[in-house]
Design a binder for this molecule. Structure first.
Ligand code: ADP
Length: 346
C-alpha cells in the first residue's frame, strides 16, 4: 500500500481512485481515550461505554460494529461532543469535539433528528451551508447526494429514502474532514442502501475520514477498511475488515471435551477463539475445515460435535465470554485474549 497524499489538502479531490486508499499510515488524528459513560437505569447504573480506546487515521473508513446496546451511539455522541464522558477524552484533529464541529470539520448523521419543516431541500441545504466557513457549493452537495431531482420539494413531503439523502446532504455541506454516521441505512431498502453508500464512497475518495456505526456485518465488510467490534461498551476486536469478517462471519465448532486446555485449543489452525461451556468447548473458527481436522487429530475422543454458522451476535458472545442467553455479564477473563488472538494481525 502506498502512502497517499494527505487529506488536509482541502479541495484537492484530485487523487481519484487512489485518494481513499493507503492512508492508514497517516497520523491518527481522531483519538478517543479511556472513554467511560454510565447512565442511570431503573435497576442501577448502566455502563454504556466502559473504557473505549480508539484512534482513527485521516482517510480511513471505519465501521463501529456491534449488536444493539453495545455502546456505539453513546461512543459517537461523545465523539461529537453531544455527551460529556464520565472519564477519558476525545480529540478531533487536535481540537475538542465541539470546536471541531463548530468549525465544520465534522459532519454527522445520527439516528434521531428530523429535518426542518416547510423549507425546500435546496433552501435547507443553502441555510446549512451559510453556517460554515468553507462549505461545499450547494449544487455540488445536491449532485453528490442525488438530491437535486427533488431539491424543490418541501422536506416534510419526502419519502424515507429521500429524507435519508437529504440528511446526508446536511452532513456533507460543511465539507467536513470527518463524517460520522450512526446506523445510517437502518430505514432504507437494498436499493436505498446501495445509493447511500455510493455517495459515501465518493466522499471517501476525496480523502475524507468516515466512521459509521452498524450492526450489519455485511455493511462493515462492504464499505469499511477497518472494523472495530464493540460489545458491552468495550472494544473486543479491531482490524482490517476482511480479518474481522473471517473471525465473526465464520462458523463455530462445539464439542464435548472435558478438561481440554483452552490455550491449546485456541492455538489450533483455523481457530480464532475458544470458550468453555460446562464439559463442552465452543471454537470460533476463521476456517472451520482446518479447525475440525486439527481438532479431531489432536483430540480423537471429542464427541457430540456440531458445526454452526456463527452469526454476528454469536460471535460477539464468544468474544466477550457471555452466557449463551446473551445476558450482559462482566466479560470473562478470556475476552481480551480472545480479541487479541483473533482480531489482530500483529
Ligand atoms: P448501541 O448504539 O450500540 O445500540 P447505545 O450506545 O445506544 O448502544 O446504548 C448502550 C447502552 O446504554 C444500552 O444498554 C442502552 O440501553 C443504554 N443507554 C443509552 N443511552 C441511554 C440513556 N440516555 N439513558 C439510559 N440508558 C441509556
Amino acid at each position: 500500500m502506498s502512502l497517499a497524499p494527505g487529506a488536509g489538502g482541502a479541495g484537492a479531490g484530485a487523487g481519484g481512485a487512489d485518494a481513499g486508499a493507503g492512508m492508514e499510515r497517516q497520523a491518527r488524528e481522531i483519538r478517543l481515550h479511556g472513554l467511560v459513560k454510565s447512565f442511570n437505569g431503573p435497576h442501577g447504573p448502566i455502563e454504556a461505554v466502559a473504557g473505549v480506546e480508539l484512534e482513527i487515521a485521516v482517510g480511513e473508513t471505519v465501521a463501529l460494529l456491534g449488536p444493539n446496546g453495545a455502546g456505539k451511539s453513546t461512543t459517537i455522541d461523545m465523539l461529537l461532543g453531544l455527551l460529556e464522558p464520565d472519564a477519558g477524552g476525545v480529540s478531533v484533529f487536535g481540537r475538542s469535539p465541539s470546536d471541531a464541529v463548530a468549525a465544520g470539520a465534522v459532519g454527522a448523521m445520527l439516528q434521531t433528528g428530523s429535518l426542518i419543516r416547510d423549507l425546500t431541500v435546496r433552501e435547507l441545504i443553502s441555510m446549512m451551508a451559510a453556517l460554515y466557513p468553507e462549505p461545499l457549493a450547494v449544487d455540488e452537495v445536491l449532485e453528490l447526494t442525488g438530491t437535486s431531482e427533488f431539491a424543490a420539494q418541501r422536506t416534510q413531503k419526502l419519502s424515507g429514502g429521500q429524507t435519508q439523502r437529504v440528511r446526508a446532504a446536511v452532513a456533507l455541506v460543511s465539507n467536513p474532514e470527518l463524517l460520522v454516521l450512526d446506523e445510517p441505512t437502518v430505514a432504507l431498502d437494498v436499493e436505498g442502501r446501495n445509493a447511500f453508500w455510493r455517495v459515501m464512497r465518493e466522499f471517501a475518495a476525496r480523502g475524507k475520514t468516515i466512521l459509521f456505526a452498524t450492526h450489519y456485518l455485511e455493511e462493515a465488510d462492504a464499505y469499511a477498511d477497518r472494523a472495530v467490534l464493540i460489545a458491552h461498551g468495550r472494544i473486543v476486536a479491531d482490524g482490517p475488515t476482511n480479518e474481522i469478517k473471517a473471525m465473526v462471519g465464520s462458523r463455530t465448532i462445539r464439542a464435548t471435551l472435558p478438561g481440554a486446555d483452552l490455550d491449546a485449543l485456541a492455538a489450533l489452525p483455523g481457530v480464532g477463539g475458544v470458550e468453555r461451556r460446562g464439559e463442552a468447548v465452543v471454537l470460533t473458527c476463521s476456517d472451520s475445515d482446518d479447525a475440525i481436522r486439527a481438532l479431531l487429530a489432536a483430540y480423537p475422543h471429542a464427541r457430540d460435535i456440531e458445526i454452526n454458522a456463527a452469526g454476528l451476535e454469536q460471535a460477539f458472545l464468544a468474544l466477550t465470554g457471555d452466557d449463551a442467553d446473551g445476558s450482559p455479564g462482566a466479560p470473562a477473563g478470556a475476552a481480551p485474549g480472545a480479541a487479541s488472538t483473533a482480531g489482530r494481525s500483529a
